[in-house]
Design a protein around this ligand. Structure first.
Ligand code: HEC
Length: 249
């Protein structure tokens, strides 16, 4: 029994303590980075890795012999045990040169201004032009008008926005930005009818500067659909998605 424990302990000792520390550290990092789904944000990984480092520090320093095992090889390496042959000297020189070099590079990278363009700050729902802001639907809210709107929507809009209004029509994959998902609370549920009338009438080309850069595939419908039919489509969009338009009150 005792002999067994001893051999297993002897086996464990064979991996030098610094290597144990490195293996556990890298193992934990790989686990956090690649195994856990959904991926963790890097700030959280940093936090866990700090905790891992503290844990390893405690593991190493809690017993005299692990501390010795950890420090010994490092001190040997830095001091240059005369019994050790050439490769160690070369490695020591490499460390001596590389550490200040890396520090220099990272300082340089932090200080040089970047030539990359700033991130696109795009306003998703910019204010409509004044002539559109105060519009109200002149079309009565009747089942016939909703049905007419549905027919028009299926004919003109569903290839991109989808029959289910979820932005996943047969053509949606080719577009970036993707066609709006009207079922989502982030689109028409937040908007007024007048806003939709503006966006449908003037499409992607009608977006103001603050809505750019924005390679919107949304067509300009005012050239093809009469205003009263656009209002019918809007009526169906709200009816079909189960949302109600926002109003001032
Ligand atoms: C060629 C594909 C395509 C077709 C067809 C199309 N759209 Fe769009 N639509 C888009 C894309 C892409 C966007 C997102 C970019 C944008 O807002 O301009 C969009 C955005 C919209 C928005 C803005 C939603 C928001 O949250 O701001 C509305 C409203 C809209 N579409 C209505 C319609 C209606 C109604 C029709 C049919 C008359 C239609 N679309 C047809 C591609 C299309």
């Amino acid at each position: 029994m005792e002999a067994k424990i001893e051999t297993s302990q002897a086996k464990r000792r064979r991996i030098p303590v610094p290597a144990q520390v490195v293996i556990v550290w890298i193992g934990v990092y790989l686990f956090l980075k690649f195994v856990i789904k959904p991926p963790l944000p890097s700030s959280l990984i940093l936090m866990y890795m700090t905790m891992t480092s503290v844990g390893l520090g405690i593991y190493v320093s809690i017993y005299e012999d692990t501390l010795q095992g950890f420090m010994g090889p490092i001190v040997d390496f830095l001091r240059g045990d005369p019994l050790r042959a050439r490769p160690w000297r070369a490695a020591r020189w490499a460390v001596l040169v590389l550490v200040p070099f890396m520090a220099g590079i990272s300082t340089y990278q932090k200080l040089t201004p970047s030539a990359a363009p700033p991130i696109d700050q795009r306003v998703i729902h910019p204010a409509p032009p004044r002539e559109f802001a105060q519009l109200y639907s002149p079309i009565p809210h009747t089942p016939e008008n909703i049905m007419a709107g549905k027919g028009l929507f299926i004919a003109y809009c569903s290839p991109c926005h989808g029959i289910k209004l979820d932005g996943k029509g047969p053509q949606y994959k080719g577009f970036d930005p993707p066609p709006a998902n009207f079922v989502d609370v982030g689109t028409i549920a937040q908007l007024q009818e007048s806003y939709l009338f503006w966006r449908i009438s003037t499409g992607g080309v009608g977006l103001p500067v603050e809505g750019q850069p924005w390679k919107s595939a949304m067509p300009r419908w005012e050239t093809r659909i009469a205003p009263e039919n656009i209002w019918k489509i809007i009526m169906f969009e709200y009816e079909g998605s189960g949302h109600v338009p926002r109003t001032w009150e």
